[in-house]
Design a protein around this ligand. Sequence first.
Ligand SMILES: [Zn+2]
Length: 390
Amino acid sequence: MAVFDDLIGQDQAVAVLSRAAAAAKEVVEGGRGAGMTHAWLFTGPPGSGREDAARAFAAALLCPDGGCGHCDQCHQVFVGSHPDLESVRPQGLSYSVKQTRELILRAAGAPTQGRWRVILFEDADRATESAANALLKAIEEPPPRTVWLLCAPAPDDMMITIRSRCRVVNLTTPAAEAVAHVLATRDSVPPEVARFAARAAQGHVSRARALALDEGVRRRREAVLSIPRSLTGVGECVSAAERLVKTAEEEAAVATAALNESETAELRKLYGEGSTGKGLNRGLVRGGAGALKELEDRQKSRATRIKRDSLDSALLELVSFYRDVLAMQFGAGVELANDDLRFDLDQLAKASTPEETLRRIDAIMQCRERLAANVNPQMAVEAMMLALRS
Ligand SMILES: [Zn+2]
């Protein structure tokens, strides 16, 4: 089905989902629909497209033709306005039990269009333990036409009681070649740029697209990957740490600003501002101000999460650099993620031993762990830089 065309290199998952979509259609038409399941868990490494796969499946369930990709229903699913699709994304660092209970109530309603009621829960692993328990109850006794689509990095990220009640769809990292092909054919990226971006993004489709199309993203990558050669003294390590934290903050600020602006404008419109050109509609002023404050709080907590995520992805970029160094030291004939930096890689490969490279990769991984445990970013990254140097 057309809605699955965008799932690059996921043939196995697409086969499972297509069969389930056909079974779901049978159920809607009054048949038995063996093979349809009410709870699904989409897993896969970052960039493998868990949410994209879940969304495509939602379209296949809600489209009268099983996911044609061009009807109103399909379109509404992809722009996020379908009345029977509830898309949930934790705004902060975790998802609370209160939010989950509200969601479960909404999930219980009958589908307005007579097909399914679909709940797409992104980053379901961020549900708190009590939220997960509430979720478990909802999954155990689903209303006949409700389908849960949970997304998480790995099956282990979910409580075993939830996992065991879900059908797991595991997505894999697509090959760089497949990603490059899509960038070239669908986004009209010149083949050479497409190949570079796909390699550098290591199978992360949206990251590859951003690298290919956005010069700012390419510049930030260069800044991160110039770090290893700049670590000549203690002072340089400290300033490299500052630069890295700042680069991540800048990237997060760009992403956050774009999200915040459209949300705030939407909320203001909802409460009547702009419709008369005279500020907030009188009767709604109080509610509007409260909702705006609540939105601002949510945005603040999301900004923290985006900042942390973008620093983490910079660190993963550094890992890919040292992994390339290691591959050269071992003479492994694998494709290098950072082939454009061959000169730097080669120099470091000759000037150090594989043991040192492994130790450096360890230092980066340790830094990631510290950041996940809420250590001050500047301090954690400084310690890492010093370890990378020595
Ligand atoms: Zn359709």
